[in-house]
Design a protein around this ligand. Sequence first.
Ligand code: BGN
Length: 353
Amino acid sequence: MLLTRTDKPYFLMCLVFSQVLFILLLYRRGTSSVFHGLFGAYSAWDYSKTHDVYTNLSVFIPDPEAVRSLYCPVSSPILVGPITITFNKTPSLKKIQLKNRYVKPGGYFSPRHCYGRYRTAVIIPYRNRESHLRTLLYYLHPFLQRQQLHYAIFVVHQAGNATFNRAKLLNIGVREALRYDDWDCLILHDVDLVPENDYNLYICDENCPKHMSSAMDKFQYSLPYWAYFGGVSALTPDQFMKMNGFPNTYWGWGGEDDDIAMRIRLAGLSITRTPLILGRYKMIPHDRDTGNEENSYRYGLLKNTRRNWRDDGMNSLAFRLLSRDSAPLYTNITVDIGEAPPPPTQASKWLVF
Ligand code: BGN
């Protein structure tokens, strides 16, 4: 039957065309999204019908007499799905505090009527982005409370004017956060990304580091390239230590996330991703920061990841802690991380082999 059909050139053309189309779809949207799209799972999400991010939080009003005896269910019963997100007006800290009255100093929260099953630390590298931070806190606190997590938010603030170093700040955030609690999961979170669906659970995959911001509006809700690992990721402390954390040597914009993706593989781990239909994030619009210029050395650094990852990371992390304080909505860790080394001179460039 197939043999007789393949005699017909139109049939062959259609076959080739449909295969090319399928491969293109897989490449652009990721396997899970294509399969779920085709077979219906998750297709119920309608992002044109969103909910206020503070929906259902009154369910948390505790009965003072009740005894908290049970673990929270594996999947929270009060999730709402797609969330309404707007960036017209930056909420004040006072307003965020009033709306999140069970969040304790340091940005800590534990579900009040059951024991949180998962302990999650959210770590945010930060400098000079006050309005972004407020917007993120406004959306993230109710989002995490609805997931019934035991969580805290850590903001790692780079003091001074030296070039920004995102990955080093994340290493510091992990080291500091682990002083506070025995976290199951570390969520490494850019300050300008707001999650759009609360079924995107802020918990780790025990087997693999997880890339969570798989579908950002900035990239038309798909991956910009296959190995992309920027934005928001989730690693267990064990996974993080196994790969010697993140590199300390990327100053300025770009490349550190590619290095991270590479060292995950070099450490013998593999990456899992939140399906595109769930891993949706809106980016708060902004211009490039001063002090975070493009890192022109990133290509060279990336060539050396294989050689350097064991020596550059958590085991070589050096910084000066300036303060640790419990702000009402987050723990603020302010650090002096030094500055980028001077650019290599022509002579020393030739000495590298
Ligand atoms: C890539 C950057 C990433 C960045 C994404 C998305 C590099 C290294 C080039 C070899 N990587 O191009 O760091 O997250 O774009 O903006 O520049």
